[in-house]
Structures are given as C-alpha cells and as structure tokens.
Design a binder for this molecule. Structure first.
Ligand code: COA
Length: 445
C-alpha cells in the first residue's frame, strides 16, 4: 500500500492584526475576558489593502515550492479551498497558478486546477482529492498543492465580528510524505443544516449558537462513523487532536465531549468513578431530560478533574497556540491547528515520529470528518521551516478606526481609498481590476 499524506506546510498570515481584548472589546463595551478566557482569542489577522485570498494563497504556495525546490512541472494538481471566492466561475486556483507563473520559467498548463466548496471543511476535502488521485496512480509521479485561503470577515456589528481572521495555508500532498501519513479510514457526520451560509453575499448569515451545536453533533457522528471502520479511540493513543478552530472556546467544548466519549467503559472511567461517579447511561433514566441533566452534571465534574485537565493541556491546548493569535481562517483553520501542535512538539523537543493524531474537520451546512494521521520521520525538519512566529511579530497593530477602514477596503460593495499599512517585500500583491472585471496581481521584489 502506498503511503500518502502531507509532505510540507506553509502558512501566510494577513499582515495586520486587531487586538481583541485591548482594542476591540472596549469599543464594543465588552469585558476583555470574553476574548481571553471565553472565546480564547487574543488577536485576529487581517489582510493589508494589497492582500486578498489570491495573494495570501500564492505567497504561501511560492514559499512552499521554493523551500521544497519544486518547479511547476513537479505539480499535477492545484486545488484551492475557500469560502471567500469573488467569482462563481473562474476558480481561485487559476489566479494562484497565474501568479506563480510570473516568477517561474515553466507553467502549470498540465496541472488540474479546481476550487472546493463546503464551508471550512473544504481544505480537508481538497487533501482527500489529492490523496485519492495519488492512490489511484493518476499523478504521474507528481505532487499536489492544496491551498486553503480565506478572509473571514463578518458584517460589522454582528456577533461573528468577534471571530474574524485572514490567512492561507499551503500543503504539499505526496507519496511517502515527510510530515504525516493519512489514514485510509475516515468517518463522516453530514446533514442538511442552516447554521452558517453566504447565499450570494459576502458576509455570512450566521446563527452562531446553533452553529456551535451543529459542530458538536456532526463531530460526534463522524467519530462514531470513524470508530465503526477503524478502532475505538483511547486518550492515551492520541498525541494531539487538531480540531477545526473557529475560536479556541469551541474546541474546549469539543475536547470535553471527545474525552467523555473516549473514556467510556475504560479503566479511566473506573479510576474517575470514585471522584465523580460513572457516566450516566441512557437506559438508567426515565426520560431524556433527566438523562441530559445527569450528563451535564457529569461533564461539569469531569472538566474539573486533574486527569481531564492534564489530558487537555497535553493533547488539545498545543493545537490552539496559533489560533489564539490569528482568529478564524475558515478552510485553513484545522490545518493551522495541526501545524500549531507539531510546532509545539518541536519547541518542546517531543519525539513524535510514529505517533498518531486524530484530525477533526468541520464545515457549516454541515459536515464533520475524522481521520487519523501518523507522524513521519521528517516532521521536525519540516515544521521548523515555518516563519509564522516572525510573521505574527511583524504585523501592524490596528487601532479601531483603522480596523474599520480595513474592513471597508475588503467589503466588495464599497470602494474606499486607504493607504497600505505595511510595505510589500518579495511577494504577490493585488494590482487592480481588469477590463472583464477580473482581478490582477503582480510580484513585488
Ligand atoms: N469572562 C470569561 N468568559 C466570558 C466572559 C468573561 N468576562 N464573557 C463572556 N464569556 C464567555 C461566554 O460565557 C461564552 O462561553 P460559553 O459558550 O462557554 O458559555 C463565550 O465567552 C462567548 O461569549 P458569548 O456572549 O456567547 O459571545 P457572542 O454572543 O459574541 O457569541 C459566537 C459567540 C461564537 C456565537 C459568535 O462570535 C459567532 O457567531 N461567531 C461566528 C460563528 C462561529 O464561529 N461558529 C462556530 C462553529 S463553526
């Protein structure tokens, strides 16, 4: 069996940042701890005036290709996942390939290009497409580039405004990957839901509280589906669990539910029984409401236990480090979570080779997917190449008026003239609108 997975990753963060507790919360008359403790966010990344989903995606892809010494002929697919596309016909991948062709001698004329849509899960689905293409032997020895790129903006004054972000992740999918091998086994939880959508509009219609419930329900279905074809999960078998992270507070809820599920009928449940009792079983209760009350009570106690808290600190918290600094990147978010966990392990000198991660992706509308990943020998060398810490440190810190200007610049219904806040250097930039309303890009040395 061929081993297929993620060989390398690059991350490109929007060049601006909004400090949520210090700059945003006071303007909204909110307690900064809603961000620091509740949502678990410190900063959101925003694109500068010359950045958009194409520039961020192309810049991440270029860095990936340069670092891996790749030429366009080595790439047989470019798939872009986004919820922020500006065209219903021409895919963002053609724009990204067009940018890259400005700087390489060869072209991508023999690469298959596409765009995937299913809210935030589309990045994972694009990895799936590349995986299947390689497994089927249709790749002619070539690799695939998957770019997950989004400008996650919400209407000003809406509740989603608290969880914005912008950035791109580029992933190289290959045979015999250096970083992680993907499991053949997958689990799905998928249903027609109306929690978050953009019916031909830029800013989402979102029922935030409902989207949180749907996230957890679909994730639970996906876990059960995964276990039916793979194996019963146990907390000690999984080094990290990167989840889709619209904000870390969401993952806090998913982590607790996942832990409760995994310890059921294990020695951990027995060990905790003396302290907090055993998990309520539905058959022991007269009706659903009493059963649910008992579950809630058990969960409240479970999250206070030392055993749960140390598992969370080791398995979940390391996946959230970057999300706290960048906010929601929609399609890129679960891939930022994976990178965050690996980066943490490299910094802490944890030996991960051969260890397993479980990856939980989610897209509103709604679908969750669960698969396992086995960390490969070259993971540390790959992850140490990331420049994300330097990028985050270099971001321009917006004041509230500037934030509103930037929001307007990226609002498709507005035309405003705002000076850039940073100077582009060795990267693709937006260069105006062409005669057929297409967007144009150029490379700045
Ligand atoms: N100290 C500590 N925690 C605080 C706090 C404080 N001073 N103030 C608020 N909080 C907590 C709340 O209790 C809540 O946590 P909980 O859900 O565990 O109870 C959290 O911070 C958020 O506060 P809330 O008042 O619910 O925020 P909100 O009304 O702005 O809504 C979202 C939050 C996520 C629903 C909203 O930002 C949204 O719609 N986002 C877009 C949709 C989305 O991301 N969905 C996720 C699934 S993909």
């Amino acid at each position: 069996m061929k081993s297929v997975g993620i060989d390398a990753v690059e991350i490109w963060a929007g060049k601006l940042k909004l400090d949520l507790p210090e700059t945003f919360a006071p303007e909204k008359d909110e307690d900064p701890d809603k961000y620091r403790k509740g949502l678990g966010l410190v900063n959101s990344s925003f694109p500068d005036t010359y950045e958009d989903i194409v520039t961020m995606g192309a810049n991440a892809a270029k860095r990936l290709m340069d670092r891996k010494g790749l030429k366009p002929d080595d790439i047989g697919r470019i798939d872009v996942a986004t919820e922020s596309a500006f065209d219903n016909s021409k895919p963002v991948s053609t724009y990204i390939a067009g940018c890259l062709e400005q700087v390489y001698d060869e072209d991508f004329h023999h690469a298959n290009k596409g765009e995937r849509k299913f809210a935030c899960i589309a990045g994972t689905q694009s990895i799936d497409d590349a995986y299947n293409w390689i497994k089927a032997g249709r790749n002619r020895g070539r690799s695939a580039i998957v770019v997950a790129t989004d400008t996650a903006l919400y209407a000003r004054g809406s509740s989603g405004e608290a969880t914005q972000g912008a950035g791109a992740v580029a992933l190289l999918i290959t045979e015999d990957p250096s970083m992680v091998e993907l499991s053949t086994e997958q689990g799905y939880g998928s249903a027609d839901e109306t929690d978050f959508l953009k019916p031909n509009q830029q800013f989402p219609s979102v029922d935030g509280k409902r989207s949180m419930q749907v996230y957890l329900a679909r994730m639970r279905e996906a876990v059960e589906d995964f276990e039916s074809v793979a194996w019963d999960m146990h907390p000690e078998d999984l080094e990290y669990i990167p989840f889709h992270t619209p904000f870390p507070g969401m993952v806090r809820k998913a982590g607790l539910l996942g832990y409760r599920h995994m310890i059921r009928d294990t020695e951990i449940e027995d060990e905790l029984a003396g302290e907090i009792g055993r998990q309520p079983r539905e058959g022991e209760y007269e009706d659903w409401d009493t059963y649910e009350d008992a579950i809630r009570d058990y969960m409240d106690k479970l999250k206070q236990t030392d055993m749960y808290q140390s598992w969370y600190a080791e398995t979940i918290e390391p996946t959230l480090g970057l999300a706290r600094e960048v906010g929601n990147w929609y399609t890129g978010s679960v891939h930022v979570a994976r990178a965050s966990a690996l980066k943490h392990a490299a910094e802490e000198d944890i030996d991960l080779t051969g260890e397993q991660m479980l990856v939980g992706s989610y897209g509103s509308g709604a679908q969750a997917e669960i698969h396992a990943e086995t960390v490969q020998e070259g993971w540390k060398e790959e992850i140490e190449q990331l420049t994300i810490d330097e990028q985050l440190a270099a971001r321009y810190d917006l004041d509230f008026d500037e934030y509103e200007q930037v929001h307007d610049v990226h609002n498709h219904d507005m035309t405003v003239d705002v000076e850039e806040f940073t100077i582009p250097n060795g990267e693709f930039v937006f260069a105006g609108i062409g005669r057929m309303n297409e967007r144009k890009y150029e490379y700045v040395e």
